[in-house]
Structure formats: C-alpha cells, structure tokens
Design a protein around this ligand. Structure first.
Ligand SMILES: Nc1ncnc2c1ncn2[C@@H]1O[C@H](COP(=O)(O)OP(=O)(O)O)[C@@H](O)[C@H]1O
Ligand SMILES: [Mg+2]
Length: 327
C-alpha cells in the first residue's frame, strides 16, 4: 500500500440500550486506507457501516481502539491539530434534504461551514462559488434554497460543502441511495471525478455490492460490526473467500441473459442477528452454509490470504493463508 492516510485500529463502538444491554455496532474493526485510494464498504442494513463512517471522520468517538490520521491518534490531537483534522475529514450523507438547512441558501450553508473552520467571509464566498462550479452547479445556485432545486442538485450542494474545506478524506455514506435512478450515475461520476482531480481518499459506503464495486478499487465486506473480508474488487469477485461475500456476489444479476439464466443465488437462512446479541464463535455461523462445530465455538481471526486479501473464516472457499502482512 502507498502511505496510509487513515486507519482504524481495534475500533469498537458500543451503544447502551435500555435494561443495561450493550449493542456492539462496531466490534473490532481494523482498516487502513492509502492516500488517494478508494475503499468500498458493503454490508446489510444494521451491520455498522454508518457508525464506522461517523467514527472515521470524528463525528463519534470509538468506545475502544483508535482512529489514526497521518499517523496521529485523533483522540490525542491538540486543539490546533483537531481543527486540521476536522477540515481534513468530511462526510456526505445519504439524504441531501436532511443534510441541508431548509431556511438557508446553498451559498450561506457552505459559507457558514467554512466560517466555522476559520475562513474569512470574503475567502469563504469565493470558495463557495468555486466548489459549486467543481460540482457542476453555476454561481446562481449560491442564492437558491434547498426546496428550489432537485434532489440531484441538493446532493451536489452537499458534496460541494464537503469538499469546500479541501479535505484529504471523504466518507460517502450511501450518497445515491435516496436519489432517483436517473441521477444516481451522475452523482457517482461526480464523486469519481472529484476523487481523481483532487486526489481524494474515499470510504464509499453502500448496501449494494455492485455500486461499491463500480466506484472503488478495494472492497471491504462488513457483517455485524466486523469486517469479514477485504480485497481488490477483481479478486473479491473472482475468488471470494468468505461465504457471506459469496452470497452477496451471487445475488447480483448478470448483464448477459444467457449467464443470468444459470445464476444460482446462495440464499442465506434468516435475518442477520441482533447486534446486541452477537452469536458466539463466528458471528456468521447462524446463517452460514459451511458452519461446523468449530464455527459455533471459536471466533475466527482475520487472516491474510495474499498481501491484499484478508478474510475471517474457518472454512474459506479457496486458497491457503499466507503470513499476515498487513497490520
Ligand atoms: N445512536 C444509536 N443508538 C443505539 N443504537 C444505534 C445508534 N446508531 C446505530 N445504532 C445501531 O447500531 C447498529 C449499526 O447501525 P448503522 O451503523 O447505522 O448500520 P448500517 O449503516 O450498516 O445500516 C444497528 O443495530 C443500529 O440500530
Ligand atoms: Mg447506514
């Protein structure tokens, strides 16, 4: 990997529920994203994707573990470093309507975001016009209110606000899920262009593996608060190791009708378990077609099967593990 920009090390995030129960939204996540890389994060609803996104940008603190940005533990940052960390890490949420103040113009929304980060009014105004232009919106959108523009334009405005502080790292949390099918491709292309032209490092979150694979060179698969497999997308599709990944891949329709007729989706038993009652042993064993007594007892460690391919499974689908090379 090129220089690591951001890392999650042993990150957990617990929520206390009524009755003293603890919900483990993140349950031991290790992850590193190289500068300029795009990592896709896929998993069913409730698997902890948004929580990981919020923890990575510092909107929430981990319960245990560390987020390191350029090697600096975010929790140990001094005030000046904290300001820099906020500028450098930004997030785009799923629903652009909820992300924008309906009573503020798009221009004021971006200007306020920059003013909080210490920009002067004049600089903030210039930057707002510049980033709107970068996101395909003319300067006339500065004075538009959110309700006056389309959903796709609102998401462009939200993305403009996110890039306005010139961040190095962006989390895009299901950025097209709330949009019309017709505008999804445009917003994905915009994100890809920005990623390329600005050298952004991106964590792109989706529940849809085909969307993630389209956007990102590397893909991480999340299940019940843990990353169960991570690999370059081509490797993941060709030789998935984790039965959960194989099931996700098998659910994607194939464009070729002849091949689509022979596609056999792997159907998983039941619903994902409640994250406040994570199964003993391998967290996937209750739904896994390959589960054995070992899986019911022992939580599998994450092992490296090649330098960039890791999986946490006692009975992976192919290959023997090699020495673990990525921390
Ligand atoms: N503030 C919160 N309080 C309690 N539980 C939460 C909170 N936020 C998320 N959760 C729970 O954490 C789990 C992971 O949620 P989330 O990160 O939103 O998953 P995803 O984005 O993959 O759908 C879910 O079971 C969700 O209900
Ligand atoms: Mg989510």
């Amino acid at each position: 990997m090129t220089e690591k920009l951001i890392e999650a090390i042993g990150v957990t995030r617990h929520y206390k529920l009524a009755g003293g129960r603890v919900l483990r939204a993140l349950d031991g996540v290790d992850l590193a994203i190289g500068r300029g890389a795009t990592l896709g994060l896929v998993g069913e609803s409730g698997s902890g994707k948004s929580t990981l996104g919020r923890v990575m940008v510092g909107l929430q603190s981990p319960t245990e573990g560390e987020i390191r940005f350029e090697g600096l533990n975010a929790a140990a940052a001094d005030p000046a470093q904290s300001v820099r960390l906020r500028r450098q890490r930004q997030i785009v949420f799923q629903d652009p309507s909820g992300a924008l103040n309906p009573r503020m113009t798009i221009g004021d929304t971006i200007i306020e975001h920059l003013r909080v980060q210490g920009w002067s009014r004049v600089e903030a105004r210039e930057q707002a016009a510049r980033v709107l232009d970068d996101c395909g919106l003319s300067a006339s959108f500065l004075s538009a209110y959110p309700h006056e523009i389309s959903g796709g334009q609102r998401q462009r405005a939200v993305i403009a606000r996110a890039i306005s502080t010139d961040p190095a790292f962006i989390v895009a949390d299901e950025p097209v899920s709330a949009l019309d099918v017709s505008t999804r491709a445009q917003i994905m292309n915009l994100l890809r262009d920005l990623q390329r032209t600005r050298g952004l490092t991106m964590l792109f979150i989706s529940h849809d593996l085909s969307v993630v694979a389209h956007m990102c060179r590397d893909v991480a698969v999340m299940y019940l608060g843990r990353i169960v497999e991570i690999a370059p997308r081509g490797v993941l599709f060709k030789s998935p190791l984790h039965p959960y990944t194989a099931a996700l891949i098998s659910a994607i329709p194939l464009p070729d009708p002849a091949r689509e007729r022979t596609r056999r989706p792997i159907l998983l038993k039941g619903e994902p378990p409640d994250p406040s009652a994570t199964p003993k042993g391998c967290r996937f064993h209750t739904r896994c077609p390959r589960a054995t007594d070992l899986c019911r007892e022992v939580d599998p460690e994450t092992r490296a099967f090649s330098s960039a391919h890791m999986a946490a499974c006692h009975h992976p689908l192919t290959q023997a593990p090699v020495e673990r090379t990525i921390a």
